[in-house]
Design a protein around this ligand. Structure first.
Ligand code: FAS
Ligand code: PHB
Length: 393
């Protein structure tokens, strides 16, 4: 088989890239290790930046996100038992975020890809990458007991943190940066109405909690747990009691509990691999970087990466130049590191660490008190949360 761009991974990065390339007339094939249902079954992100919404529109798949997504103008910070609203819309000259689950983004992208008759090879494993340091890279995969090979011009490594793409790069060609946090997020998805119409980020002496949602009838809640905790240790009742203990009286009163549709623990880490390009292999999304979900940046960074990558490939194939491809990694990493900083800062501010102690808790509360009463500090939070703009090549 031959294609122009072989994409590894059918998560949001791979699927969005495939759709953007299709719209630009660039042939592509996606090779995915899991089944489509397995990919859809992963419950992850929930907040889309305007940059991501604009890319979904460019890909022709923003209709449902616009119709069913919830535009949000602010978030609330809960500390010392009181909630304080950050007016993101007012502080950023009218910007907002859209609450729309990653599962739905993936579903919309899968449907558009199928409608366009584009090839996605699911249940392909193992997948291997070859000759991407030359002009004729190849992807090889096993499926139904047979070995298949794809000849291509470029390989897009969109296969996430545990994927094969970054692992295929010679170790001495890669520099990685990592910070592992001593806690995780125990998350619950349930068909119960949200406690508030906006997200509530809570800093409490018991630990962090987040009240989010997927719609007006489906809520997404998280509580910070130790990194070695196990989801089996948490009955539904234990989760709801712990969440309740981390809320303010009004939210506690409004909390509606129910049987979770999903319950899982996500580890938290910050990770960046540099550079994001190796000859004809280009990394995008979680394959190249991971952020703690506190700042709701993971999915949005993946979208921005493939926005840059599809533009660079379009410039290349129009015979204009390879300069945009040469700039791809630097352009992505400038935005990635700003999101890494914001996500690390917000995580450090909102969570209890083993060494936080009483003094550390008072310092966090003082920073939060300054944050919610300082126009400059609130503006900084707001402009990072709604998402920084993309740069031109
Ligand atoms: P993904 O990991 O989503 O997709 C990679 C795809 O590649 C997968 O389908 C995988 O099966 C496939 N793959 C892997 N290895 C392969 C191989 N060898 N061959 C072929 N295919 C292969 N972000 C937020 O903004 N907010 C959140 O609340 C949030 N929660 C998260 C919870 C968890 C448990 C995790 C892991 C991440 C969370 N994230 C969150 C981040 C998440 O949303 C990612 O940023 C987003 O999925 C990135 O998309 P991709 O880069 O496409 O990677
Ligand atoms: C979610 O709804 O899953 C979500 C929202 C905001 C975050 C992280 C996760 O910062």
């Amino acid at each position: 088989m031959r294609t122009q761009v072989a994409i590894i991974g059918a998560g949001p990065a791979g699927l969005l890239l495939g759709q953007l390339l299709y719209k630009a007339g660039i042939d592509n094939v996606i090779v995915e290790r899991q089944t489509g249902d397995y990919v859809l079954g992963r419950i992850r992100a929930g907040v889309l930046e305007q940059v991501t919404m604009d890319l979904l529109k460019q890909a022709g798949v923003d209709a449902r996100a616009k119709a069913e997504g919830l535009p949000h103008d602010g978030i609330e910070l809960l500390f010392q038992g009181r909630r304080h609203r950050i007016d993101m819309h007012g502080l950023t000259g009218g910007k907002q975020v859209t609450v729309y689950g990653q599962t739905e983004v993936t579903r919309d992208l899968m449907a558009a890809r199928a409608e366009a008759g584009l090839q996605t090879i699911y249940s392909a494993s193992p997948v291997s990458l070859h000759d991407f340091d030359g002009e004729r890279p190849r992807v090889r995969y096993e499926k139904d007991g047979a070995t298949h090979e794809i000849e291509c011009d470029f390989i897009a490594g969109c296969d996430g943190y545990h994927g094969v793409s970054r692992a295929s790069v010679p170790a001495d060609a890669l520099h990685t940066y990592e910070k592992v946090y001593p806690f995780g997020w125990l998350g619950v998805l349930a068909d119960v109405p949200p406690v508030s119409h906006e997200l509530i980020y809570a800093n409490t002496s018991r630990g962090f909690a987040l009240c989010s949602m997927r719609s007006e009838t489906r809520s997404r809640y998280y509580v910070q747990v130790p990194s070695d905790d196990k989801v089996e240790n948490w009955s539904d009742e234990a989760f709801w009691n712990e969440l309740r203990a981390r809320l303010d009286p009004e939210a506690r009163e409004r909390l509606v509990t129910g049987t979770p549709l999903e319950k899982s623990i996500a580890p938290l880490r910050s990770f960046v691999a540099e550079p994001m390009r190796f000859g004809r292999l280009l990394l995008a999304g979680d394959a190249a970087h991971i952020v703690p979900p506190t700042g709701a940046k993971g999915l949005n960074l993946a979208a921005a990466d493939v926005g840059y990558l599809s533009r660079a490939l379009e410039i290349f194939y129009r015979g204009q130049s390879a300069s945009a491809l040469d700039r791809y990694s630097d352009l992505c990493l400038r935005r990635v590191w700003k999101a890494e900083r914001f996500s690390w800062w917000f995580t450090s501010l909102m969570h209890r660490f083993p060494d936080t102690g009483e003094f550390g808790q008072k310092i966090q509360e003082a920073e939060l008190d300054y944050l919610v009463h300082s126009h400059a500090a609130s503006t900084s939070l707001a402009e990072n949360y709604v998402g920084l703009p993309l740069e031109d090549f």
